[in-house]
Design a binder for this molecule. Structure first.
Ligand code: FES
Length: 116
Protein backbone atom coordinates (compact mmCIF):
# COMPACT_ATOMS: atom_id res chain seq x y z
CA UNK A 1 0.00 0.00 0.00
CA UNK A 2 1.35 3.37 -1.00
CA UNK A 3 0.69 6.28 1.34
CA UNK A 4 2.26 8.86 3.56
CA UNK A 5 3.44 6.21 5.96
CA UNK A 6 5.55 4.40 3.41
CA UNK A 7 6.58 6.72 0.59
CA UNK A 8 10.24 7.37 -0.12
CA UNK A 9 10.63 10.90 -1.44
CA UNK A 10 13.40 10.05 -3.91
CA UNK A 11 11.07 7.62 -5.66
CA UNK A 12 8.36 10.18 -6.38
CA UNK A 13 7.58 12.25 -9.41
CA UNK A 14 5.53 15.42 -8.87
CA UNK A 15 2.79 16.40 -11.30
CA UNK A 16 1.04 19.80 -11.41
CA UNK A 17 -2.69 19.18 -11.12
CA UNK A 18 -4.31 22.55 -10.40
CA UNK A 19 -3.60 26.15 -9.58
CA UNK A 20 -4.32 27.50 -6.12
CA UNK A 21 -7.21 29.64 -7.33
CA UNK A 22 -8.92 26.58 -8.85
CA UNK A 23 -9.36 24.92 -5.47
CA UNK A 24 -10.77 27.07 -2.71
CA UNK A 25 -11.23 26.01 0.90
CA UNK A 26 -13.82 23.26 1.23
CA UNK A 27 -13.60 22.29 -2.45
CA UNK A 28 -12.32 19.15 -4.15
CA UNK A 29 -11.36 18.16 -7.65
CA UNK A 30 -11.16 14.70 -9.15
CA UNK A 31 -8.90 13.85 -12.06
CA UNK A 32 -6.99 11.02 -13.67
CA UNK A 33 -3.26 10.59 -14.02
CA UNK A 34 -2.60 7.57 -16.18
CA UNK A 35 -4.79 4.80 -14.80
CA UNK A 36 -5.11 6.43 -11.38
CA UNK A 37 -8.23 8.31 -10.35
CA UNK A 38 -7.18 10.86 -7.73
CA UNK A 39 -9.03 13.41 -5.60
CA UNK A 40 -7.46 16.59 -4.28
CA UNK A 41 -9.03 18.48 -1.36
CA UNK A 42 -8.54 21.90 0.17
CA UNK A 43 -9.38 21.67 3.87
CA UNK A 44 -9.06 25.12 5.42
CA UNK A 45 -6.02 25.94 3.31
CA UNK A 46 -4.32 22.55 3.59
CA UNK A 47 -4.20 20.24 0.59
CA UNK A 48 -4.64 16.48 0.62
CA UNK A 49 -4.73 13.91 -2.17
CA UNK A 50 -6.13 10.39 -2.05
CA UNK A 51 -6.97 7.69 -4.54
CA UNK A 52 -10.62 7.97 -5.55
CA UNK A 53 -11.20 4.28 -4.93
CA UNK A 54 -12.88 2.90 -1.82
CA UNK A 55 -11.13 -0.16 -0.41
CA UNK A 56 -14.47 -1.75 0.50
CA UNK A 57 -15.92 -2.34 -2.95
CA UNK A 58 -13.77 -0.25 -5.30
CA UNK A 59 -16.43 2.46 -5.61
CA UNK A 60 -15.51 6.15 -6.00
CA UNK A 61 -15.16 7.70 -2.56
CA UNK A 62 -14.30 11.34 -3.19
CA UNK A 63 -17.83 12.61 -3.89
CA UNK A 64 -18.79 11.69 -0.35
CA UNK A 65 -19.44 13.98 2.58
CA UNK A 66 -16.40 15.75 3.99
CA UNK A 67 -16.10 16.41 7.72
CA UNK A 68 -12.83 18.02 8.76
CA UNK A 69 -10.19 15.57 7.51
CA UNK A 70 -12.57 12.67 6.99
CA UNK A 71 -14.32 11.61 3.81
CA UNK A 72 -17.35 9.31 3.95
CA UNK A 73 -17.85 6.91 1.07
CA UNK A 74 -21.24 7.65 -0.53
CA UNK A 75 -21.94 3.97 -1.16
CA UNK A 76 -21.85 2.25 2.25
CA UNK A 77 -20.52 4.89 4.61
CA UNK A 78 -16.92 3.86 5.26
CA UNK A 79 -14.79 6.78 6.39
CA UNK A 80 -11.15 7.53 5.55
CA UNK A 81 -8.63 10.05 6.83
CA UNK A 82 -7.59 12.33 3.97
CA UNK A 83 -4.20 12.91 5.54
CA UNK A 84 -3.09 9.30 5.55
CA UNK A 85 -5.68 7.24 3.66
CA UNK A 86 -6.37 5.34 6.87
CA UNK A 87 -9.66 3.42 6.97
CA UNK A 88 -11.52 4.74 10.02
CA UNK A 89 -14.77 2.81 10.00
CA UNK A 90 -16.40 -0.30 8.54
CA UNK A 91 -17.24 -1.68 6.12
CA UNK A 92 -13.73 -0.67 4.92
CA UNK A 93 -10.87 -2.25 6.80
CA UNK A 94 -8.02 -1.55 4.35
CA UNK A 95 -6.38 1.87 3.93
CA UNK A 96 -6.44 3.68 0.58
CA UNK A 97 -3.49 5.44 -1.06
CA UNK A 98 -2.74 8.99 0.06
CA UNK A 99 -0.30 11.12 -1.91
CA UNK A 100 2.02 13.92 -0.81
CA UNK A 101 1.10 17.42 -1.99
CA UNK A 102 3.53 20.24 -2.72
CA UNK A 103 2.92 23.89 -3.62
CA UNK A 104 5.23 25.55 -6.14
CA UNK A 105 4.34 29.14 -7.02
CA UNK A 106 0.61 29.08 -7.67
CA UNK A 107 0.60 25.41 -8.69
CA UNK A 108 -0.48 22.39 -6.63
CA UNK A 109 1.57 19.28 -7.33
CA UNK A 110 1.07 15.73 -6.14
CA UNK A 111 3.74 13.06 -5.82
CA UNK A 112 3.26 9.71 -7.45
CA UNK A 113 5.59 6.73 -7.33
CA UNK A 114 8.00 6.50 -10.24
CA UNK A 115 7.33 3.68 -12.66
CA UNK A 116 9.76 0.78 -12.28
S1 FES B 1 -17.77 1.04 -1.64
FE1 FES B 1 -17.18 2.48 -0.11
S2 FES B 1 -18.14 1.76 1.72
FE2 FES B 1 -18.67 0.30 0.21
Amino acid sequence: MYNYKTFESEKLEYFPVASLDELRSGERIIFDIGDESIALFNVAGEYFAIADVCSHDDGPVAEGELLDHEIECPRHGARFDLRTGTALSPPAVVDIPAYPVRIEGDQILIGLPLED
